[in-house]
Design a protein around this ligand. Structure first.
Ligand code: ZN
Ligand code: ZN
Length: 801
């Protein structure tokens, strides 16, 4: 369901139903004692001091302590005070806390003298999860910029409401000795804050100050330390002068340049060998963000959440950001500082906007270690701003967008990981290894799936090493020993090979889940739907049950299985993988399939006679020309014809540019037509959605010199209308009127909006992803949902026997 269009409530998305009422059996007495068991994200986020303060204010006696998976509270006092306490517990919880459930029961009176915070030992062994990293809170920011505060301009201040968590923790329990703060013994003043239940820094594990905590320094490209009175000031000087500085952050190094300096941006691109992919831009605050982008309420809320994701928002004309930051795209990935060190870069108001892009080469994991950074980035950065707080978990910045006012995660990493995503039912201990590109795995147990951070592409050993490293860490963190391994159906994925080896080695059962089924199941699980639903899985690449490459799918899905109702008609991909990197190949193949002659198809695709001869032969002889029903490839083909985008520099570039060119264009209804062929639901023969009329309409417009923007708009409208029509056919055949939207194409905000509007106009109930990415980053969550549903069903079937 649509979450009211309110981005703030996104982060308050709770688990499934709460039990938060005082047992009605409780009789009013003079005094009452209640035990509360609070589960959720309640450890390492200042929850116990919050409870302590609440009990003090309500004049209640008792205690609070951590227990496995949550917090136990016992309170004793007048019934109305106890009730007020429970109500305030929900209303006033600390900013980083997330209450999933509160169980309350009455106890006999004890008559304790006051309220205390119980040591962990009292309640037995504690299994604390690790909270996510959180942006500097307003209180800390005030101290950072207050010349009278003892932490004035100290780049590592934090408190229980903010600071690094996941990225500095080696293993559980989340306590200072298990973090990279272990090597910094606290000074007496810090220790006193840490020990005081009424202090904002009570048990703030990364607590530090200039006297006792981490320090920054500047290093030249050759590794020599640069003597400087103020390394941060020196760093700003260099950035303003156009240098590239590698800056150590929370989840890894960033490469930074002045985002208003065209030449500096181009130099960064050249040195990084990254020419097309947009670069993220950090600005001082919300006001500065409004100056470079036009922001709606949902986007502003997203920018301001403690997770501080990069937010995709429309770039303002003449905003001063260099064109080279996001070439060919009318929006920017913009975000706000989330670490004190980053706030300091903007504090003297010389820097307006800084490129802050992950410090890596192409899709390698982000660099985290000082030595590693020097070795890997020596040829890119002119200088390094380093510090001595070790990063123990690599974690890229998260990326989010507002789709028609509803927040959507494009990449789920820093600020979200390792927060659990709720499941609608209990899952046995599972490991789902995800897909291939933009890999994210998931561990599941009970009511939660724990997704890893974005790991990048699993194409080589570096990627696989990061996968192993992160898996070990997350298994330790949550003490989950998977009993089943779940993987994608694709036999060639590195993740599939790894899953099979792992299962063999440990004697574990394997479950393979079809790619688009996993996408749709993820969306269903997020909304607690068991199905059947109509699933629109609109995607780039996924291995189908017929061995072909799927991606424009209308599925009738339950969690534990699905059937294919309709799909985009197959088109060959001449050259296989090469057709993904060269959209002109897809254009040629699509046009030929649509009946255009060799010459017209070649010229529309921008290919020479020689080039098309090879492609035509591949298609004709069916050699290295796998068939695909992918919507992503259709976008590529159209972008190649309309925008002359022949080759792409990064994944989905063609589709992104096609969305971009239509951005300011009104909806063009009805758009290009699609045709429906075949299909017999009872005989399980899927409907084929043909793009032949679409191509003819498009080419006609192109020849009539209709603008690119209008053509792109008509294309989006036509595609949306085609899939809505397919959903209507599916409803007629099955009676199902709930639609789950998923797949990488749902990152296309125009398409996502059009689908929702058109589906709702014909009275479908529409569901889309909220907490996990609709793209391959969300795949492992869907794999968990499918596998858990299958295992639960076979278990209950076993019971019946
Ligand atoms: Zn703080
Ligand atoms: Zn200190």
């Amino acid at each position: 369901m649509r979450p009211g269009g309110d981005a703030v409530c996104w982060f308050a998305v709770r688990g499934f139903p709460l039990t938060d009422k005082i047992d009605p059996g409780l009789e009013p007495h003079k005094a009452q004692r209640a035990a509360l068991v609070v589960c959720g994200v309640v450890q390492g986020v200042g929850f116990r001091p919050f409870i302590y303060r609440l009990a003090m204010e309500e004049g209640l006696a008792g205690f609070v302590g951590n227990h496995t998976g949550g917090v136990t509270i016992e309170i004793e006092g007048p019934p109305e005070r106890v009730a007020a306490f429970v109500a305030r517990l929900h209303r006033e919880q600390p900013p980083l806390a997330r209450i999933d459930s509160v169980a309350v029961r009455e106890l006999p009176l004890v008559g304790d003298a006051g309220f205390r915070i119980a040591a962990s030992e009292v309640l037995g062994p504690v299994s604390t999860g690790i909270p996510a990293d959180a942006a500097t809170c307003p209180d800390c920011l005030r101290e950072l910029l207050d010349p009278n505060d003892r932490r004035y301009l100290y780049p590592f201040l934090n408190c229980t409401n903010c600071g690094p968590r996941f990225t500095i923790t080696r293993r559980i329990p989340y306590d200072r000795p298990q973090t990279s703060m272990a090597k910094f013994p606290m000074c007496p003043e810090c220790q006193q804050e840490y020990n005081d239940p009424l202090n904002r820094r009570f048990h703030a594990q990364p607590n530090a100050c200039r006297v006792c905590g981490p320090q920054v320094w500047l290093v030249a490209a050759d590794g020599a330390e640069i003597a400087s009175d103020d390394a941060v000031e020196d760093c700003i000087d260099r950035l303003i002068a156009g240098q590239i500085v590698a800056i150590k952050g929370i989840g890894g190094f960033h490469l930074s340049v002045d985002a208003t300096n065209e030449a500096a941006v181009m130099r960064l691109r050249e040195r990084k060998h990254r020419y097309g992919k947009p670069l993220a831009v950090m600005v001082r605050d919300l006001e500065a963000a409004r100056a470079v982008c036009t922001l709606n309420a949902a986007e502003e809320a997203l920018l301001s959440t403690p997770a501080r994701p990069i937010v995709l928002a429309a770039r303002r004309e003449g905003c001063g950001i260099a064109e080279g930051v996001a070439p060919g795209i009318p929006w920017l990935g913009v975000y706000l500082p989330y670490a004190p060190l980053q706030h300091l870069l903007f504090a003297d108001r010389r820097a307006h906007a800084l490129v802050m892009t992950s410090a890596n080469l192409s899709e390698e994991p982000i660099a985290i270690d000082n030595e590693e950074a020097l070795a890997r980035l020596g040829g890119i950065a002119d200088a390094f701003l380093m510090h001595d707080r070790e990063i123990l978990q690599r974690c890229d910045d998260s990326v989010a967008a507002a789709v028609d006012g509803v927040p959507q995660l494009v990449r789920r990493a820093r600020g979200f990981v390792p927060l659990g995503v709720p499941l609608p039912f209990d899952a046995p201990p599972l490991l789902a290894v995800g897909g291939h590109l933009k890999n994210v795995f998931a561990l599941a147990r009970g009511r939660f799936a724990y997704q890893s951070q974005h790991l990048g592409d699993l194409e080589n050993l570096t990627g696989l090493e990061f996968f192993r490293e992160s898996l070990d860490h997350l298994m330790r963190t949550f003490e989950i020993e998977p009993q089943t391994v779940v993987h994608d159906l694709h036999p060639g994925y590195l993740s599939t090979t790894w899953a099979k080896e792992r299962a063999l080695e440990r004697g574990l059962p394997l479950i393979a889940v079809q790619h688009h089924h996993a996408h749709v199941a993820g969306c269903m699980a997020e909304h607690g739907l068991e199905g059947p639903v109509i699933g629109l899985a609109l995607d780039g690449t996924g291995y189908g049950t017929d061995g072909k490459i799927w991606g424009g799918e209308v599925l009738i899905a339950r969690l534990e299985g699905c059937k294919r109702f309709a799909h985009l008609d197959y088109v060959p991909m001449p050259g296989g993988e090469a057709a993904i990197k060269e959209p002109s190949r897809m254009a040629f193949a699509s046009l030929r399939t649509a009946g255009f002659d060799l010459e017209s198809a070649a010229s529309l695709a921008g290919l020479t006679a020689e080039e098309v001869r090879v492609l035509d032969r591949m298609m004709e002889r069916d050699v290295n020309a796998p068939l695909t029903s992918s919507l992503g490839r259709l976008f590529d083909a159209v972008a190649a014809v309309v925008l002359n985008r022949r080759v792409v520099d990064y994944e989905a570039q063609a589709a992104i540019e096609l969305e971009g060119v239509a951005m300011d264009e009104a909806d063009e209804e009805p758009g290009y037509a699609m045709k429906f062929m075949g299909g017999d639901w009872t005989a399980r023969e899927p409907v084929r959605i043909s793009c032949v009329p679409l191509w003819h309409g498009l080419v006609e417009d192109l020849r009539a010199c209709v603008s690119k923007a209008t053509i792109a708009a008509r294309f989006h409208s036509g595609v949306a209308a085609g899939f809505v029509q397919a959903a209507v056919m599916a409803r007629a055949a099955t009676g199902i009127s709930q639609v789950a939207l998923s797949g990488g194409c749902m990152h296309n905000r125009r398409l996502a909006r059009l689908l929702r509007v058109k589906l709702e106009a014909v009275e479908f109930e529409v569901f889309q992803h909220l907490q996990v990415s609709p793209g391959d980053g969300g795949l492992s969550y869907g794999q968990v949902a499918v596998a858990a549903a299958m295992l639960n069903r076979s278990k209950s079937a076993g019971k019946l026997d």
